[in-house]
Design a protein around this ligand. Structure first.
Ligand code: FMN
Length: 316
């Protein structure tokens, strides 16, 4: 997820048991040109498998980017055919590729030819309700060499509105019974994951927004699916330690100012989670944490927020 699944977050999600994490979308031309921020997005040190998601609409850039990703240690190259943002679809990348399956298939072919790594594709149900062509596009992608298909159960025109239609993903399952299929959209707990798997016929689920501020969530869902028993929430101490680890990771990767700015949405979400699971008092710290301009002040406020939230201080 763009702006979310930075390397520090991916590492932590894996430590908590996520089986698979994917980089932020990496613009293929910027990556090849050596744009520093884009290079950081594609880093995967300490994450295995390391999956780099490429975005673009030109075979040459995508192929070069796939080569570079492989050279930089990627184990899997994923192609973005689902991003709805106007900035991306306006350049005919992301979900705009669903409108031109011939071109999309040529892009998959070019990337498959450029890298020895497995190439996977993420898409939506289609561009709009009238053109839910995910089964066709998935079929073309697999013919062109893609090995795994992920489908977000919304159309591009829905952006993030309404509910993800898990049953509609089953049309892709029917079209490609033997291809590993991942279903995505609105999965926030193990019950959602079970329902989604049953309705979509998918082999796995992918968790996005629900894991913001909760990098332990995919691991918890995986544990619950495996054991059939509810997985325990990590303690507030464990969550605070993970949040601080993420924060320190961002500071060291991006530098003080950019790291601090980038961290804010994650810290705000972690505070909201702490408040949900220990009482509402942490919320009082959110504004101060998100406006502080010194790393040490943020650390101090975070620790205080999580302690204030704890059951002992609530009882006092
Ligand atoms: C802020 C944000 C950034 C996203 N960036 C990407 C991205 O870079 N690549 C991608 O394939 N999907 C991206 N997505 C879409 C999610 O991966 C996912 O498909 C969508 O949010 C639905 O799943 P969810 O309900 O679990 O979040 C993004 C979504 C959001 C909200």
């Amino acid at each position: 997820m763009s702006g979310v699944t930075d390397l520090a977050l991916r590492r932590i999600a894996m430590e908590f048991g996520a089986s698979y994490v994917v980089s932020e979308m990496v613009a293929s031309d910027e990556f090849v040109r050596g744009h520093e921020e884009t290079r950081l997005r594609a880093e995967g040190n300490g994450v295995s498998p390391h999956v780099v998601q490429l975005a673009g609409c030109e075979a040459g850039w995508l192929a070069d980017a796939a080569r570079l990703a492989e050279q930089s240690g990627a184990d899997v190259v994923d192609l973005n055919m689902g991003c709805p943002a106007k900035k991306v679809t306006g350049g005919w990348a992301g979900s705009a590729l669903m409108r031109d399956p011939d071109h999309a298939a040529r892009l998959v072919e070019a990337v498959v030819a450029a890298t020895a790594r497995p190439v996977t594709v993420k898409m939506r149900l289609g561009w709009d309700d009238a053109s839910q062509n995910a089964p066709l596009l998935a079929h073309r992608a697999v013919e062109a060499g893609a090995t795994v298909i992920t489908v977000h159960g919304r159309t591009r025109q829905q952006f993030y509105k309404g509910r993800a239609d898990w049953a509609a993903i089953d049309a892709v399952r029917q079209a490609l019974p033997a291809t590993p299929l991942v279903a995505n959209g609105d999965i926030a707990d193990a019950a959602d994951a079970r329902r989604c798997l049953a309705l979509s016929g998918a082999d796995a689920v992918m968790v996005g927004r629900a894991a913001l501020g909760r990098p332990w969530l995919p691991g918890m869902i995986a544990a619950e699916l495996r054991s059939g028993k509810p997985a325990a929430e990590p303690s507030l101490d464990v969550k605070l330690a993970a949040t601080l680890r993420h924060y320190e990771g961002l500071l060291s990767m991006m530098g003080h100012d950019a790291g601090l700015r980038h961290a804010r949405k994650h810290l705000a979400a972690a505070i909201e989670d702490a408040a949900r699971h220990g009482g509402g008092l942490a919320l009082g710290y959110k504004a101060a944490i998100c406006t502080a301009t010194a790393a040490a002040e943020v650390r101090r406020l975070l620790a205080e927020a999580f302690k204030t939230t704890g059951p002992a201080s609530l009882a006092a």
